[in-house]
Every structure is written in C-alpha cells, then in structure tokens.
Design a protein around this ligand. Structure first.
Ligand code: ADP
Ligand code: MG
Length: 686
C-alpha cells in the first residue's frame, strides 16, 4: 500500500515523504521514533508539578479569550487564555501569538493537554501547552508513551504521529522474517507486535521487548549476511600453492618465530594449499611481529610464481615495508618495488613496468596499488596492513585487480573485542598473535599533569644524552585561531609547531623536529628516515606516527592532551616504543579531571594488554571509537546501537551461527530477507 493512499496525504506531503525515501506504508512504519515522551501519567490539577512538563485532562469552562499586550521592545504580543477544570480544581492555560486557538476549544468539552506548568507571581499555576487534543477514542498526544520522530518537511510531530497511527490501522502486517524456533529460543515478540509497540508502546516493558526484537532482527541478519559473504569468498576456487618451503626465508630473519607467529603461519599454509581462497585476518598487538608472518606468506606465494601486493595506509609505513622487503627478499634474489601516489613520474613508470612484466614479485605501496593503470602479473596474494584504516570496499577492489582470485591476508593491531570483530571482520577468518617476541621489557607508563613539563624536558634530555630517542605526540598541528570563547579553550590543546619551537628553545643540545599529516610525503619520509638513522633525537608529531612505525632505538613516548585519545589509540601510540632491548617509557600528560579520564589513564598505567584496553574503551567511551571515524565500511543500522546493544549482539551472533529447525515456508522467508539485507548491505558497504 502506498503512502499516498493514507487520508490527508496530498501532493505536497507525498513529495516530502518520497524525498525522505518513504514510499509505502511499510517504509513509513520502518521510520522508527527517534525518542519517546512518557506522558502516560496523566495528572489531576491538584497533582501538578511546577516547572515541569505535565499531561492533564480538563473540561473547558468558558470560551478562550485573546488579548494584546505591548512588550518591552514595543512589539505587540497576543495572549490566548483558557480555563479548564477537573474534579480537583481549575487551571489557566495560555498560548502566545496563536490567536486562532481561541476558536479551537469548545466549552464543556474535555481535552488532554501537555505542557510546562509554572507558578505565576500571585502563586497560581499556569500551563503553556505544547500539544492538546479532544479526549475521546483516539488520544495520541497524551495518556500514553508518545513517540517523537525525525519528521519530514510538511509534518509536525502531531501530524506525523497521526499518520503513523493511521498507517498502523490500515496495515495488514508483514512477513515474519524470524522463524518461530528462533523467536522462542531467544524470547522475541513477533514482528507485527514489535512494529506496533515501537511506535505506540503499550507500556515501558512492551517498548523494551519491541526494541529488543527489532534490534535482534537487524543484527542477526547483518551477521548472517557477513557470514554468507565469507562463505561465498572462501568457496571460490583459489590459487593452490604447491610448495610451502620457508627455510631460505627464515634463514634471513635475525630471529626465530614466536610460537603464535609459527601457528598463524600454519593456518595460512592450510589456507593456501587447500584449493580454496584464503581470506584471513591477523590480529596482533602492536609489536607482536605481524610483518614477519606476512612476509613469510609473501615468500610462499613468490616461490610458487605469484606476485604479492602489500598495501599500507600511509606513505611512511609503505616505505618501511619497502625497506624491510628489499633487504630480506633482495638477499634471496627477489625484486621489490614501491608504488605510492607520490612517486616521481619516472619512478612511477619504472615501478608500473616492473609490476606489469613481472620483474618485481614483491610490490609494496599505499592505495595507489589498486588505482587505474596498475597491471599485475599473476597476482596471487594481497596483503593489507593496519586493516582498521581501510574499508571492506578497498580490500575488495584490490582483490578484484587480479584476473584470478588472489588470497587475501589482512593485518590489524587494533585489538577489538570479539563481538565487534565479528561485525567488522565477519567476512574473514581470524588468526591471533597473542604474545610479544621475547626480550621485550614492559613499557613503564606514567600519567602526569602539565606542571611536570620541565621534568619531562629533562627526561627527553636524559634519553637523548644516553643515545636514545623520543616521540612527543600533540593532538593539533598548529595553534587554532581564536574566534570565540570555545576556540580560546583550544589554546590548551598542544600543537606540534609551537611545541617544537618551545622544546627546541628549552633543549638546545637535542636535535628536534616535527612531523604531521599536512607535510609533503617526501618531507615526511625524509624526517622519518633521519629519525630512523638516529640523526634526530626527538620528534614532535601528530598521530601520523601511530601506524606501524618501527624504530627500536626510540624509548620515550610522551602524549600531550592524552585525554583526547581513545585507549586503543593511546595503546597503539605507546607501542611505538619498547621495540628494542632498552627500557622504554610512556608518559601521558593531561590536566583532565573528569572521572572517565582518570579511569582511562589508570587503565593505561595498569595494563599493557591491548585486548583488555579495547574492552574497557568500549565500556568507557562507547562503540563510537571503534565504529566512528576510524572505522569505515560498516553497515548503517536503523535501530541497533552497538554500544547499547552489546548483549543482544552476542545473542544475535550466537543465533546466526546456530541452525535451529524451521518450517519450509519460514526458511523461504528467512532467505528472502537475507537476500534483501545482502543487497542493501552490499550497496552501502561494498
Ligand atoms: P607489528 O605486529 O606491530 O606490525 P612488527 O612486525 O613491526 O610488529 O614487529 C615489531 C618488531 O619485532 C620488529 O622490529 C621485528 O623485527 C621484531 N620481531 C618480529 N618477530 C620477532 C621474533 N619472533 N623475535 C624477535 N623479534 C621479532
Ligand atoms: Mg605492523
């Protein structure tokens, strides 16, 4: 049924609904309230609460009256007054500048009003109603939990609410996508009741049940959809590697693999020799040695005659990979090339040529790797590093570059809780490296306030004198212009440029420089190279340094305005030090006094376990940190809120892997709904 078939929807309103993507009654009913106002407690006049919004029923005693008063600024104000009574007393109602209301209310009729109640100077109570309607069979503005919508143009809350109600009355119900066995096991109300109660809850409990049912449904199908994408990828025939001999490669490494590294490598071997297509995520804390595992997988592919592409999210990281690969693979007679968006024309042409003719087997770079004009020669393995920076879409685009279906390996150092992992990486198999290489000393972490600045400078001096290096992270690049009061507060935010200047003045003997995202890639690279070479002792930077950078001689990490970063991010930043055999330190600087800030800083000081910090971050900050700007490629949820609905998510995930018995008709409807979710998720995610 179309929305235009509802009474009262004319051309203008229909157009407005279409603009909002609402065409059918089903669409309209899928437009859930954004909030609710509990007006179920209707009071008597004697029970009214002053300075609060109340809902009341009352009979109009005399016709309403308009009067005009002059305001201080000499403009005129119309006041409409109405008196109502109930069995406990009488009450004055007033409205401003709505003179037409005077004709709306009929004496002796009973109405329901909602509005704020105030005491006047002479101690009488007065209400300024925002909503009203005659009492009778249809009461939508009060005496119940009232839904509040994000209303399309041409609709007020009151009119939109009335149309939703009308739609529900004319609605024939919908198909039930969740089979009875699931509804029973997970104690879920049926779809029709859920839709009715999400709009007009019969009670608070019914609302909670309705919401839980709809959230479950959304998460259940999203998870099933991801699993089915995973199945379809894995069931594609992949290139089969004949040899997985790694002795030569391992001989080039200056260390032996840790046992989790070796285990992950075994899982990879099983994937690439099984005839299917590998689609695997390696999740491992910062510094756990994911690169060595990725390089081993790359070596396997190259031994079997395939090219390998290794994609990093930043130039700095791509260059680092290029350096590592050139060194290790170069010694084994394998050529590595670099391809980023910032190569000179000549180098770019050379790289492209070597990729195309297969002279280079190992290709490192940024997302430039899957742009137009890059032609691969037998691409058999695609590796993406620091996956949390890439969307599913980019991952797939790179894989599509190959004429065959290459294996994919993705790596992330963002230790995310398992439940969220299933959402983010539901289409991937997951391997975990849960142990750091031996010989690492734990990083000592402190939290101090800005009064410690001088002592911190002395600390930097001490490390530099001992031949070691330091990072200082600031949230901003430059000083913000002061345009307003709030802007002025931003002065408290440390910025890279000023900080570098002040630190250089304070420590004239220490070689200090800066690094930030707005610098030219070439300059960034040069800065990183000199830092790596030990020519620079302290580097003041924004979080561009966060991803994957490896300078074992760096032993001190200072993070200014630490309260502004998520725990996972702080943990990643901290992971830039403690990579060598020297004792390393991380100092969090904050003047933040909020309880949450204190709790978060304490967590950083107390634990070095990335997974625990991730769980805690989720509790303290909410899922936004995981699913906000730092994560891409996630489906948009209509009703679920991954933070609030973590418990339902767990159940929905359990249900998604479970196969409970169901009738043939139910199976059909479940699959139809799954296809629908897949189609809509693909278009938004992939
Ligand atoms: P991440 O997992 O954060 O990407 P890297 O791969 O950069 O970590 O490794 C961090 C450091 O640990 C590097 O200097 C690397 O050479 C070293 N490393 C990796 N594996 C081992 C190992 N098994 N034993 C000793 N050092 C290792
Ligand atoms: Mg890394």
């Amino acid at each position: 049924m179309k929305v235009s078939q509802l009474d009262g929807i004319g051309a203008k309103r229909a157009k407005s609904l279409w603009d909002a993507g609402i065409f059918s009654i089903d669409d309209l009913l899928a437009h859930y309230p954004r909030d609710y106002d509990d007006r179920s407690n209707v009071k008597t006049i004697r029970e009214l609460t002053t300075d609060a919004v109340n809902t009341i029923r009352g009979v109009v005693t005399t016709p309403a009256e308009n009067s005009m008063v002059r305001r201080k600024n000499t403009s005129m104000l119309n006041i409409t007054r109405l008196t109502i009574t109930d069995h406990t007393g009488s009450l004055d109602l007033i409205w401003f500048n709505q003179p037409y209301l005077a004709n709306t209310f009929k004496p002796d009729w009973e109405y329901i009003f909602t509005g704020k109640v105030k005491a006047t100077f002479d101690g009488k109570l007065q209400m300024q109603p925002t909503e009203y309607e005659p009492c009778g069979k249809l009461e939508l503005t009060g005496g119940r939990i009232v839904p509040i919508y994000t209303t399309p143009k041409q609709f007020t809350q009151k009119t939109f609410r009335a149309f939703i109600h009308q739609a529900l009355e004319k609605w024939n119900g919908c198909e039930e996508p969740l089979p009875a066995s699931y509804r029973e096991k997970y104690d879920l109300m049926d779809k029709k009741a859920a839709v009715v109660n999400i709009h007009f809850p019969e009670s608070n409990q019914m609302f909670l049940n309705a919401r839980r049912r709809l959230v479950f449904e959304e998460l259940f199908f999203m998870q099933r959809a991801l699993f089915s994408v995973k199945d379809s990828i894995i069931s594609q025939p992949g290139v089969r590697f004949e040899s997985t001999e790694l002795a030569d490669f391992l001989g080039q490494l200056p260390f032996a693999l840790t046992s989790p590294q070796a285990n992950v490598l075994e899982e990879i071997k099983a994937d690439v020799t099984g005839g299917g297509r590998m689609n695997r995520l390696i999740q491992g804390d910062v510094g756990s040695g994911k690169t060595a595992v990725a390089m081993a997988a790359a070596y396997m592919a190259m031994q079997n005659g395939y090219q390998v592409a290794l994609m990093a999210p930043t130039d700095v990281l791509a260059n680092q990979h290029f350096g590592q690969c050139s060194q290790v693979f170069g010694a084994l007679g394998i050529e590595t090339v670099l391809l980023t968006g910032n190569l000179g024309a000549k180098s770019r042409r050379e790289s492209l040529e070597k990729i195309k003719n297969g002279q280079a087997s190992m290709i490192t770079g940024t997302h430039a790797l899957f742009q137009e004009g890059v032609e691969y020669h037998n691409l058999g393995l695609v590796i993406t590093d620091e996956q949390h920076r890439f969307g599913v879409e980019q991952r797939l685009r790179l894989a599509q570059k190959a004429s065959i279906h290459p294996h994919t390996l993705v790596m992330t150092a963002t230790p995310i809780p398992r439940t969220l992992g299933l959402v983010l990486y539901g289409d991937l198999d997951v391997s975990i490296i849960d142990q750091l290489p031996p010989g690492r000393q734990p990083i000592e972490t402190y939290c101090v306030n800005t009064a410690y600045r001088q002592r911190l400078q002395a600390f930097i001096q001490k490390e530099a004198t001992a031949g070691r290096q330091a990072y200082i992270i600031c949230p901003a690049i430059e000083e913000a212009e002061e345009t307003s009061e709030t802007e002025r507060a931003k002065r408290e935010i440390q910025n890279v440029m000023n900080y570098t200047e002040q630190l250089s003045a304070a420590l004239p003997d220490v070689k200090i420089t800066y690094l930030h995202g707005k610098m030219k890639p070439k300059d960034k690279q040069q800065t990183m190279d000199s830092f790596k070479a030990g020519e620079i002792q302290a580097i003041v930077s924004t979080t561009v340094i966060e991803v994957g950078v490896n300078v074992p001689n760096a032993t001190l990490m200072i993070i200014e305005n630490a309260e502004r970063f998520g725990l996972s991010q702080l943990h990643q930043l901290r992971g830039r030090v403690g990579r060598g055999s020297q004792k390393s330190y991380c100092v969090l600087v904050t003047d933040g006094k909020a309880k949450v800030t204190k709790a978060r800083m304490k967590a950083m000081v107390d634990t070095s376990d990335g997974f625990m910090l991730a769980e805690l971050d989720l509790k303290l900050r909410g899922a936004g940190d995981f699913f906000g700007t730092r994560q891409h490629g996630l489906p948009n949820f209509t009703i679920a809120n991954l933070y609030r609905d973590m418990e339902v998510l767990k159940q929905a995930q359990a249900a998604a892997v479970e196969s409970l018995p169901m009738a043939a008709a139910e199976e059909k409807s479940l699959n139809a709904h799954l296809q629908h979710v897949l189609a809509t998720t693909r278009s938004s995610v992939m």
